[in-house]
Design a protein around this ligand. Structure first.
Ligand code: SF4
Length: 348
């Protein structure tokens, strides 16, 4: 990446010792005319250099809002961070003046969004839009910025970058547009890249290509990567750790393969049984019953209890803490041992 952009910062993630990011007890709410939406309800996690953390959950689980809180792009009002800390390289972002946050945003912590077509400006060429990062943030001239844009397009594997640098977003396929977004996000050599459902609008083959590209670029730059998704199938191969969110809380966290192999929370188990698996050919998918809760009226006790096949009275009465299930593995379920216990062997 250093050769591609030529803008590696001396303080970049490579070689940084300690957590790049520490989110602790983060709470976010939206005050609407209809009531308070409790979108994020006390989440904590860390991210290290070269690490990929996947945050998994249905829509409305709070995964995107927590990322927006890190970026400092929650509209306020109606959104408010009511509690918690977000430390980036030891500094609490929530205590920094907006001018300092602006310097960090985009340069040191960058984000790519789901819909590249909406995020890109249709009236400017992709080369101009990538080059703008260098003009605005690095003070490079027009020709130099264009050259950097070509190098970055090349780096994110856009074929014939030199010929395509003057094309407009609508002349690119969905996958190529997402590569343009990745190029823009990486242009300033961020320490942390947050990818919010980066492949949702793409077909499966292109999804895999984009994930592989992010994985390769991360290995080259040493950045920490947060992948936000509702689809574990897409991120399992490229993630180190997984945090599963439900009703604004992390309900299970651990190594991605441990969780994939044997979930310790009924919600994760439900998510797993609702996706097709190659080792369960011919078996019926088993979606989770019911719908996610209304975040203005989160159920008492464990918020998953109205949908949980393991639920009993204790679940209605007592909020489950994040129990330590194994080293580096936690589950917010009173009955995690039962959930983890061996199930009927898969037939066939
Ligand atoms: Fe289900 Fe109870 Fe565990 Fe919640 S605490 S996930 S309701 S068994």
């Amino acid at each position: 990446m250093a050769q591609a952009t030529g803008v590696r910062r001396e303080t970049s993630a490579r070689g940084y010792e300690g957590h790049l990011l520490e989110v602790e007890d983060l709470h976010v709410e939206f005050r609407t005319p209809y009531g308070v939406v409790n979108a994020v309800n006390g989440i904590s996690y860390t991210l290290d250099p070269r690490e990929t953390l996947a945050i998994l959950g249905e829509s409305g689980s709070g995964k995107s809002v927590s990322a927006q809180a890190i970026m400092g792009i929650i509209d306020s009002p109606p959104g408010f961070i009511t509690r918690g800390t977000i430390r980036y390289k030891g500094r609490d972002l929530l205590k920094l003046p907006e001018s300092e946050r602006r310097t960090i945003r985009g340069r040191e912590i960058s984000m790519i969004f789901q819909d590249a077509l909406t995020a890109l400006n249709p009236v400017f060429t992709v080369g101009f839009q990538i080059g703008e990062m260098f003009r605005v943030h690095r003070g490079l001239g027009k020709a130099e910025s264009k050259q950097k844009a070509i190098e970055l397009m090349d780096h994110v594997r856009i074929p014939s970058a030199r010929e395509r640098v003057n094309d407009y977003p609508h002349q690119f396929s969905g996958g190529m547009r997402q590569r343009v977004m990745i190029a823009m996000a990486l242009s300033l050599d961020p320490d942390i890249l947050i990818a919010d459902e980066p492949t949702t609008a793409l077909d499966v083959t292109v999804q895999a290509q984009i994930m592989e590209l992010l994985h390769v670029l991360q290995a080259e730059t040493g950045m920490g990567l947060i992948l936000i998704t509702h689809d574990l199938g897409v991120v399992a191969d490229v993630s180190d750790r997984l945090a599963v969110m439900y009703a604004g809380k992390i309900v299970e966290t651990g190594n991605v393969y441990d969780i994939y192999g044997n979930p310790a929370h009924p919600y994760t188990e439900g998510l797993m049984s609702s996706i097709p698996r190659i080792d369960q050919k011919g078996e019926e998918l088993n979606p989770i019953k019911g719908a996610p809760p209304n975040l203005m009226r989160i159920p008492t006790g464990c918020p998953f209890h109205p949908r949980c096949p393991y639920a009993r009275q204790r679940c209605v009465d007592e909020v489950p803490p994040l129990y330590e299930v194994a080293a580096e593995r936690r589950s917010a379920c009173h009955y995690w041992e039962e959930v983890l216990s061996p199930k009927e062997p898969i037939s066939g």
